[in-house]
Write a protein that binds this ligand. Structure first.
Ligand code: MRU
Length: 353
């Protein structure tokens, strides 16, 4: 099914506030399947299995899932409600460890409950639905602002290279790294996008290539190990990626393989941009060393995409889902509030002040 760019939100609450609606990203690009998640377990599993993924989308899904589940709580008084709410919140927080947007969104939902404790439970439940919808709306506006701020940086670029999927499927709409591309496309001047396939789960091949095709933007796919050859041909003017967590000094966790690209960008003297909302900045993490990196199932490397195994049974597997790009390799961080430049320790602190 062809979906036109602008038609859908990747993740949202239904009107009644009884379900989290997602496009199931495990089924793309072969099938476009929409799912309504109505229980906390379904939301947890959807995040864990990457049916909904990408740092901003994970945050929105968690907030929406918590609102839906909180509305199902049976409690005699606030104390009982709050205890059950905290249990649900803690459970969702275990779904994935690296993208800070998850805990950021859950904390924001908890603030609502605490700020409303003088109200009856029905009012608190309604406020939670309203907050989840606000987080969803804000994400869309925020990503558009990232696009606007990033647009001047890609002006004149013939082609950019991106990694994983930091497009509309990773957020509510627009995405982060791809937001400037979408805005350029609205003006009729989008650069060509080279998309790394992004082993082992192929978010670049399955998702980035799909959504750019849907939007009518020129996209060319490459295997991750082809990037140096591509850059050596001077075919790419900038690299632009998203982020799962940015430490206070600018070190950036993003999909495994991002660090490789940052090194290549330095080698070939092209700018390396990170695009992310401020909710991805974690000032509690002093540097990348404090960021927890998710380790995933070895089968993602040895057997995920083929009926036959791709590696011998029992082989040891190194499968970190993310890596940390040191701040000194990053040219700029594009946020909804503006473009941050090095030294990032100072520019981040000044922006968040
Ligand atoms: O494991 P994933 O698919 O959730 O990883 C996603 C990424 O690494 C994205 O680049 C990141 O979340 C930024 S999304 C705007």
């Amino acid at each position: 099914m062809a979906i036109k760019y602008g038609d859908f939100r990747t993740v949202s609450l239904n009107k009644a506030g009884t379900a989290v609606c997602i496009i199931d990203q495990t089924r793309l690009p072969n099938e476009v399947v929409w799912r309504d998640l109505t229980t906390i377990e379904e939301v947890w599993l959807a995040i864990k299995t990457l049916a909904v993924r990408g740092a901003p989308a994970i945050g929105v899904a968690a907030a929406a899932g918590l609102a839906v589940a909180a509305n199902q709580i049976q409690a005699a008084d606030f104390a009982e409600f709050y205890q059950k709410f905290c249990r649900l919140k803690a459970y969702l927080a275990t779904s994935r460890p690296t993208a800070v947007n998850l805990t950021w969104a859950l904390e924001r939902m908890k603030r609502v409950v605490l700020d409303c404790k003088q109200y009856d439970l029905l009012t608190i439940k309604a406020r939670l639905i309203a907050e989840a919808n606000a987080i969803c709306d804000e994400d869309e506006a925020c990503c558009r602002a990232i696009g606007e701020n990033g647009l001047p940086l890609i002006e004149g670029c013939r082609a950019v290279l991106t990694h994983c999927n930091a497009g509309r499927l990773a957020a509510v709409r627009y995405g982060t790294a791809l937001a400037p591309i979408y805005l350029a496309n609205e003006k009729g001047c989008a650069p060509k996008v080279y998309a790394d396939e992004t082993r082992p789960l192929l978010q670049g091949a399955r998702l980035t290539a799909w959504e750019l095709q849907q939007a009518g933007i020129e996209v060319e796919l490459l295997c991750d190990n082809m990037a140096a050859t591509l850059l050596s041909r001077r075919a790419v003017d900038a690299i632009i990626v998203g982020a799962d967590r940015i430490a206070a000094n600018g070190d950036t966790a993003n999909k495994i393989g991002t660090y490789n690209l940052a090194l290549l960008a330095r080698c070939f003297h092209i700018p390396f941009y990170v695009a992310a909302p401020c909710s991805t900045i974690d000032i509690a993490c002093a540097s990348g060393r404090d960021i927890v990196i998710e380790q995933r199932d070895p089968d993602e490397v040895t057997a995920q995409w083929y009926a036959r195994r791709m590696a011998p049974d029992g082989v040891a597997v190194f499968n970190p889902a993310f890596d940390v790009t040191p701040a000194e390799l990053i040219t700029a961080v594009i946020t909804e509030r503006g473009v941050l430049r090095p030294p990032f320790g100072e520019s981040i602190a000044a922006m968040l002040k």
